[in-house]
Design a protein. Structure first.
Length: 460
């Protein structure tokens, strides 16, 4: 039998082979037990959650009682709601920043669908917004009409970008916006569950561009929001709005930012980790990652996309209006909220102009959208009483499923951030295969995801 000798040349060859295996990533194929699983912690968290007792159901408002209420008192915001308020990365080239609804309404008059004024011509304030209005008929009599048919009509030409339409960017470093309070609704969902709805108001929504043409879908006034769902004071889920839909996630899936905890507005030495969401350029749709995101249309139509990046960070917890919400009433949580009243919350009309007519020179049309469309409705009409994380469902979702994602849905394109934990191509599914030796075989046949990469590249 020939005796094996370890020569200097063979040692050098082994070193080169080890380095090549390390950087070419074939160690995972030929040595399966070296295949590090980036989802190991996630699997452990799943196993832990499965071993926990099943949580009680979230209740609709009509099922609340004194025995199952979660909030100790109306008009009080629990401290954990502020501690886990999402931080918002606005787009670096954003043109329309957040604004204060109290100032915003002063630039409008209230009209019906035909443009007829609803109330006297004067500067509006929030107290002028109501659920119903007395409407004078031609014969001199009056009738109560619901505010569903009412529009806020701009006193200025919004197409020329008046100053009030631009909003205010956050301060560098703190994320504070002095002139743009967020609006917080804390809803009691019973059995230990509490929903914290953070609403972000922007004076203008700049629509999307399709293959360089646009923008399409512009509207005056823009309400976006996120929902953090708590159980016994612990954040469990988060939902973020995006156009007619949005995305639901397990709380642990989102990226976190380390911050000092505040108590009564003052910083403390305690470190907390707050969730991070990304606001898209112009549309202000919210996403969980950086990059290009297709709109909520079939077949991932990438020419109609949103774009997010790590622009100025906004901290809504530093300036906000707060209300609690249950089966009985909406309750203001402070002096400034009490002075504003609650009638504006019940205003069911549009927070912006009616869609421009086709004859208006500012209006344009493309096969799927107009340039200027109706303004949005207010917070109370975003299904705050919902039990599901999702406020509404697409027509094809007949089973009304809304499973929270365990992984961030990453963006694509040049601005997207890539790492081993993110990816929509099929290669990432290999990590779900158990045991590791079987995964290694699949990886070998897939050329370590190369086939998946090529397929993803050509299909988008």
């Amino acid at each position: 039998m020939r005796k094996f000798q370890l020569t200097g040349r063979s040692v050098i060859l082994l070193i080169y082979l080890a380095i090549w295996c390390k950087y070419a990533c074939v160690n995972a194929v030929f040595v399966p037990w070296l295949d590090e699983d980036p989802f190991q912690k996630l699997h452990e968290a799943d196993n832990q959650s499965e071993s926990e007792p099943k949580l009680p159901p979230v209740l609709p408002p009509d099922k609340l009682s004194d025995e199952n209420r979660s909030l100790p008192a109306r008009g009080k915001v629990p401290s954990y709601v502020i501690d886990y308020c999402p931080l918002v990365h606005l787009y670096s080239e954003e043109r329309y920043w957040p604004a204060d609804i109290s100032d915003y309404v002063t630039h409008f008059k209230l009209t019906d669908r035909c443009g007829t004024p609803i109330i006297d011509q004067r500067r509006l304030n929030l107290n002028d917004l109501k659920s119903h209005y007395a409407y004078k008929l031609l014969n001199g009599s009056s009738v109560e009409i619901p505010s569903d048919y009412v529009y806020m009509t701009s006193l200025d030409d919004f197409d020329k970008d008046p100053r009030w339409l631009l909003g205010f960017p956050p301060e560098y470093g703190t994320g504070h916006i002095k002139n743009a309070p967020a609006v917080l609704f804390v809803a009691d969902k019973g059995n230990g569950w509490v929903d914290a709805f953070w609403f972000y108001f922007y004076p203008f929504n700049l629509g999307a561009f399709v293959m360089g043409y646009g923008p399409w879908g512009n509207h005056v006034g823009d309400w976006e929001h996120s929902l953090v769902r708590f159980y016994n004071g612990e954040p469990k889920y988060i939902w973020m709005s995006a156009h007619g839909g949005g995305g639901a996630y397990r709380y642990e899936a989102l990226e976190k930012v380390k911050k000092l905890r505040r108590e009564n507005g003052k910083l403390t030495p305690e470190i907390i980790y707050r969730p991070l969401i990304f606001s898209a350029r112009g549309t202000h749709a919210n996403y969980a990652s950086v990059g290009q995101h297709s709109h909520d249309v079939p077949f991932f139509f990438m020419p109609l996309s949103d774009f997010t990046d790590r622009g100025p960070m906004w901290d809504p917890s530093l300036n906000f209006y707060a209300y609690t919400l249950d089966d009985v009433e909406v309750t203001p949580c402070g002096i400034k909220e009490q002075s504003m009243g609650t009638s504006w919350i019940h205003y069911a009309g549009h927070w912006g102009d009616k869609q421009l007519s086709w004859s208006d020179p500012r209006q344009k049309w493309c096969p799927v959208q107009w340039r200027y469309i109706d303004g949005p409705t207010g917070p109370l009409y975003k299904h705050l009483d919902r039990v599901s994380l999702c406020p509404q469902f697409k027509w094809w979702n007949f089973w009304k499923g809304c499973p929270p994602r365990r992984l961030i849905k990453n963006g694509v394109g040049l601005d997207a951030e890539k790492n081993d934990l993110l990816g929509d191509n099929c290669g990432i599914l290999l990590y779900k295969i158990r045991p590791k030796w079987l995964r290694a075989i699949f990886r070998l046949f897939m050329w370590r995801g190369l086939i998946c990469f090529v397929a993803d590249y050509f299909t988008g």
